[in-house]
Design a protein around this ligand. Structure first.
Ligand code: CP
Length: 297
C-alpha cells in the first residue's frame, strides 16, 4: 500500500488511523517490534526537520531500521543524471518501504509506479503532504472532538502550500465545515481544491485577518514558500499573527502551523494556550507510527 495523496482515505480509514495512533500512545510496548527485520529508506530531495526525523523516530520506535539520504538532490546519483524511476527500482531491492520528499509535485506517483515496495509521500513540490495533513487533522480531532461543523482559517501562501492542499482535501471529506482562505490574490488556493471542498462544505476567500469571525475553531497559518515563487511578488500583505491579535479569539481557538515558521507567528504567541503548533509537530510521531503500521497490516 502506498500513501501518495489524501484522496483515497475515507473517514473510516482516518478513524482507524487515529485509533491506531491512540493505541500506540496508550500501549507503546505492543508495537515495539512491529517493524522488526524491516528496513525503511528515507529519501529527501528537499530539506526537512520534522517529517524526516519524526518518520525516522517512528520507524525506530517500531523496531525497524533506517537507510537515509537527507540531501538526495546533491548527494545521491541524481547528480550523475539518474532518474527517479531508476533510483526507486534500485531502492526496492535495498529496503521494505520508501519515504520520499521531492520538489516535483508528481514525484511520489512516478516513484510508486517504479517501486515494488510501498512509497509514502513526505511532501511533493506544490502538490500534497498527506502525512502532515493527517497529523494536523488528528491534532484538531483530539482537541475539538469532531471533524464536521468546524470553522477553519487557512492563512498565507495557499497557492504553493502543500500542507494546506492536503488539509483541505481531508476537511472536505466531512460536512458543514467552513474554510476561510486568507491570502493575497496572487497566492490564492487553486480552484481545483476549492471546487472539490465546496461540494459538501463552504469556502470563503478573505483578504484581511480583521475579517475573520471570532468564533473560529482553528487558524492554520503558513509561511510564504519563497523557494517556489516563479516571480518576485511585490507588496504582499503582512498576515503575521501576534499575541495581541491571537488573544481576541475564543479561548478554545487553535493556532496551528506546519512549521517551520518565519515571522508569520511571533514568538510572543508561544505561551498562549491557543498555540498548538508544537503539540501539532509532536503528533507526527504517533501518526507516522500509525501510518507505518497501517501500510504493513
Ligand atoms: N511540516 C514540515 O513538513 O516540516 P519539515 O519541512 O521540517 O519536514
Amino acid at each position: 500500500m502506498n500513501i501518495l495523496s489524501c484522496d483515497p482515505f475515507s473517514p473510516a480509514d482516518i478513524e482507524h488511523i487515529f485509533q491506531l495512533a491512540d493505541d500506540i500512545q496508550a500501549h507503546p510496548e505492543k508495537y515495539n517490534h512491529y517493524l522488526d527485520g524491516k528496513i525503511i529508506a528515507t529519501v529527501f530531495y528537499e530539506p526537512s526537520t520534522r517529517t524526516r526525523l519524526s518518520f525516522e523516530s517512528a520507524v525506530q520506535r517500531l523496531g525497524g531500521k533506517i537507510i537515509s539520504t537527507e540531501n538526495a538532490k546533491e548527494m545521491s546519483s541524481a547528480v550523475k543524471g539518474e532518474t527517479l524511476t531508476d533510483t526507486m527500482r534500485v531502492l526496492s531491492g535495498y529496503s521494505d518501504a520508501i519515504i520520499l520528499r521531492h520538489y516535483d509535485s508528481d514525484a511520489s506517483h512516478i516513484a510508486a509506479e517504479a517501486a515494488t515496495i510501498p512509497v509514502i509521500n513526505a511532501g511533493s513540490g506544490i502538490g500534497e503532504h498527506p502525512t502532515q495533513a493527517l497529523l494536523d487533522l488528528y491534532t484538531i480531532y483530539r482537541k475539538k472532538g469532531r471533524l464536521s461543523g468546524l470553522k477553519v482559517a487557512v492563512v498565507g501562501d495557499l497557492a504553493h502550500g502543500r500542507t494546506v492542499h492536503s488539509l483541505i482535501k481531508l476537511l472536505g471529506k466531512y460536512d458543514n465545515n467552513v474554510v476561510y482562505g486568507v491570502s493575497d490574490p496572487a497566492l490564492d488556493l487553486p480552484a481545483e481544491y476549492i471546487n472539490d471542498f465546496s461540494t459538501r462544505n463552504q469556502y470563503v476567500a478573505v483578504r484581511s485577518l480583521n475579517d475573520l469571525p471570532k468564533d473560529l475553531d482553528v487558524i492554520y497559518q503558513t509561511r510564504q514558500q519563497l523557494e517556489r515563487f516563479k516571480e518576485n511578488y511585490t507588496n504582499l500583505p503582512d498576515f503575521s499573527i501576534n499575541n495581541d491579535y491571537l488573544s481576541t479569539f475564543n479561548e478554545d481557538l487553535m493556532l496551528m502551523h506546519p512549521l517551520p515558521r518565519n515571522n508569520e507567528i511571533t514568538p510572543d504567541c508561544d505561551d498562549n494556550p491557543r498555540a498548538f503548533y508544537f503539540k501539532q509537530a509532536h503528533a507526527g510521531i504517533p501518526i507516522r507510527m500509525a501510518l507505518l503500521v497501517y501500510i504493513f497490516q
